[in-house]
Design a protein around this ligand. Structure first.
Ligand code: BGC
Length: 279
């Protein structure tokens, strides 16, 4: 799986790369989908092989517009589809609670997302097609269950994504309990868990891996007391450096770095629209 991070800051109207054109569903009999992961800093999309989780195009990325209003972000999703030469169904993650395809929160994204009808929004910008919108961590959990470590579908598993925020996916025997939002558990007078232990907190406070891992460890102990998961799966960009912090964790549970790394959101989004997962 490729994991480069080529960022496109401006829309391109030029022809997409040859590799993406040849990967389009028209040119292959592979079972393909398209996933988009909307984050606080970047919006990433790629064509995904739904049988293997492999990204068959480059991972296209455009910086999240400021302000990150629904219309501006939906237009970036349209640009990503153009860049990948994709014209099929689309799965999209948002860093928000999604209920009946309506956004019900907005933590690291413009507040105007709250109460946005996501189907209406994306249809308006992307045209009539099959679209599924779901929480980003839930998408990552779905991807790890289907295409990640086999332990992801055994028993009670808590998937956590560390990035601008902390996302959570609660899984039991591979079944998702959606919208768990454990990054927003109250932590101290100063803020919630995500304020304390996201990878953005590490950057903001210039913490070493050792210092940051101690915070993550505290948080995992707390989640352990509350939910007693059998396994933690840790994802997000910082899971690429798992060897620097996962061995420092002292929880009794096994902590497994996400097999799909930071691509789990994109892959899970593409799987969700194929499977009709529309929370
Ligand atoms: C949001 C979640 C999201 C997580 C990771 C949190 O701030 O509330 O919905 O899953 O960040 O992006």
């Amino acid at each position: 799986m490729t994991d480069h991070d080529q960022t496109h800051t401006a829309p391109t109207s030029s022809a997409p790369a040859a590799e993406s054109a040849s990967a389009s569903s028209k040119a292959t009999d592979r079972n393909l989908g398209f996933g988009v992961d909307i984050g606080g800093s970047g919006i990433k999309g790629a064509v995904v092989d739904l049988d293997t989780g492999e990204l068959v195009t480059e991972r296209f990325k455009i910086l999240t517009p400021k302000p990150s209003t629904p219309g501006a972000v939906a237009d970036v999703v349209r640009q990503l589809m153009e860049m990948a030469d994709w014209d099929g169904s689309v799965g999209i993650t948002v860093p928000a609670v999604v209920k009946n395809q309506v956004a019900r929160s907005a933590a690291n994204i413009d507040k105007s997302w709250i109460d946005t009808d996501l189907q209406e929004l994306f249809r308006r910008h992307l045209g009539e097609r099959d679209i599924a919108v779901l929480n980003d961590a839930d998408a990552a959990g779905i991807a790890e269950v289907q295409l990640g470590d086999p332990r992801a579908k055994q028993g009670s598993v808590m998937m956590l994504t560390f990035g601008t925020g902390i996302g959570s996916a609660m899984l039991n025997d591979g079944h998702l309990f959606p919208n768990s939002e454990l990054g927003h558990l109250h932590y101290s007078k100063k803020g919630d868990v995500e304020w304390y232990a996201s990878s953005a907190a590490k950057d903001r406070e210039e913490l070493s891996y050792k210092e940051w891992a101690a915070r993550v460890d505290e948080v995992l102990h707390m989640y352990g007391e509350l939910f007693s998961p059998q396994i933690y799966i840790v994802g997000g960009g910082i899971s690429r450096k798992a060897e620097k912090w996962v061995p420092r964790l002292t929880v009794e549970q096994e902590v497994i770095p996400a097999k799909l790394r930071n691509q789990a959101g994109i892959i899970g989004a593409a799987l969700a629209v194929r499977d009709g997962v529309k929370p």
